[in-house]
Design a protein around this ligand. Structure first.
Ligand SMILES: [Zn+2]
Length: 448
């Protein structure tokens, strides 16, 4: 057995000083444990012991308009492990003409044998038709319990298609997440801006007004209400959007909310940086205003935000982001973050969040919302031994020079932070030590 001693365990009942024993990839005992001579003992003195963190929104090995993300399942999950994340929920995307099962198998192949952490897939439905509808049962049987739809981009569905998805998946107990931005508004604004000569990165936030998010949040919530299906607002970024969520909740809509660290610490002044540096921060939705940052932080502390994910979607600055040097609409959208989410969240909130609250946002709620609880997301006897032993006192500086993410920058460059995982276990095996990933691949597909 492996035994973790002398740490403070963050359990569903609160923090407690106890030992934890692991056998065969599972947590087998929590309490007073006397190690035997064959046992491997880890001293977690001074550390918080969390159920491994879950990132419910990543894009690894994703092709986007002739480009592929810089991180695949090898480097992306290496980085996840290094930062303390033990499970990622990525997106399998059904392109036009494709079937859901084929899309799922395509993404499973991308990850197989390469994953340092556990992985599951949301299904992004982009071609809603009778055949897709018939496939839902097989998809559910294949372990997929969460669906994603888009209201913008070439992957967008119409409102009636989204309502069709919601009504079709509800009987299967699925949750439907949505990229809530009004695609027509964005397309119109982008065209206007480029035609008027606004081609730089500073035009990017203007093409994605907060109103376009709030309107889409409101519309999606009403579609959720009509269908009775539970819904998830992914990467909520604005105070205005948050207001729409509050309205929906007051009407009894079963709506969950995800946000990401970048929307709580970086603002849209980054798009005004010289030398095309602003391209590093081009993601959708874009970084917002200080008032949005404060509203989201307040919502996190109030418990109005259920999960924190990264929307990790990395493109190299030197060869990929530069495709949009002359036209911001051609910049591949997305930022890296899979490695730094845990420490950035500690950095932003510090003691404003208790260890238990932090655990809920980073582990427990993503496990609950995405159908993995209590196998994941909890330190309980019988749960999988995905464990992050967090040393709250290590001080370090985030830098692209010293990270596992396979990309040439991080939006959090130069931030002085505190806290780092000392040991990260995936299915009971060591996946990372002292912020560095190990070479073995212990990640498995999680059927939900
Ligand atoms: Zn995304």
């Amino acid at each position: 057995m492996k035994i973790i001693q002398n740490g403070t365990l963050v359990t569903p009942e609160g923090e407690k000083k106890a030992s934890l024993a692991i056998d065969n990839g599972k947590i087998v005992k929590i309490g007073n444990i006397t190690p035997g001579s064959d046992d491997e003992v880890f001293d977690a003195s001074g550390c918080l012991v969390f159920p491994g963190f879950i990132d419910g929104h990543t894009h690894l090995d994703l092709p986007v308009g002739g480009n592929v993300t810089a991180d695949d399942f090898e480097s992306g999950t290496r980085a996840a492990a290094a930062g303390g994340t033990t499970t990622v929920v990525d997106f399998a995307t059904q392109y036009k003409g494709d079937t859901l099962i084929n899309a799922l198998n395509t993404w499973k192949k991308k990850a197989e044998g390469k994953a340092h952490v556990n992985y599951a897939f949301h299904m992004a439905i982009c071609d809603w038709n009778e055949r897709t509808k018939k496939d839902i049962k097989a998809l559910r049987d294949a372990g997929v319990s969460s669906i994603k739809v888009y209201m913008a981009y070439d992957t967008a569905l119409t409102d009636s298609e989204i309502l069709g998805v919601l009504e079709a998946v509800k009987p299967f107990g699925c949750i439907v997440g949505c990229h809530c931005e009004n695609g027509d508004v964005i397309n119109m604004r982008q065209k206007q801006l480029v035609e008027s000569g606004r081609t730089g990165t500073d035009a990017h936030p203007l093409a994605h007004p907060a109103e376009a998010e709030a309107e889409a949040v409101s519309r999606f919530c009403y579609l959720g209400k009509l269908s009775g299906c539970p819904i998830n607002i992914v990467h909520l970024s604005t105070a205005l959007g948050l207001e729409e969520v509050r309205k929906a909740k007051s009407q009894g809509v079963q709506v969950f909310v995800e946000s990401c660290p970048q929307y709580m610490i970086l603002d849209d002044s980054k798009y005004e940086l010289s030398d095309f540096e602003g391209a590093k921060y081009v993601c959708s939705p874009p970084l917002r205003k200080a008032k949005d940052i404060y509203a989201l932080r307040e919502a996190v502390v109030n418990g109005e935000i259920d999960t924190i994910a990264t929307d990790h979607c990395s493109f190299r600055f030197d060869t990929q982001k530069t495709l949009g040097r002359d036209n911001f609409t051609k910049i591949p959208n997305g930022c890296p973050g899979i490695e730094h989410r845990p420490v950035i969240m500690r950095h932003i909130f510090g003691d404003h969040l208790s260890a238990s609250d932090y655990c809920r946002l980073m582990s427990e709620n993503p496990a609950r919302v995405f159908g993995m609880y209590p196998r994941k997301g909890a330190l309980l006897e019988g749960s999988d031994a995905d464990i992050t032993i967090w040393d709250p006192d290590i001080k370090w500086t985030i830098s692209a020079k010293d990270m596992e993410q396979n990309v040439d920058y991080t939006p959090f460059e130069g931030m002085d932070v505190k806290g780092r995982p000392r040991l990260v276990l995936v299915n009971g095996e060591t996946a990372a030590e002292n912020g560095k990933a190990c070479d073995s691949h212990y990640g498995e597909y999680i059927s939900r």
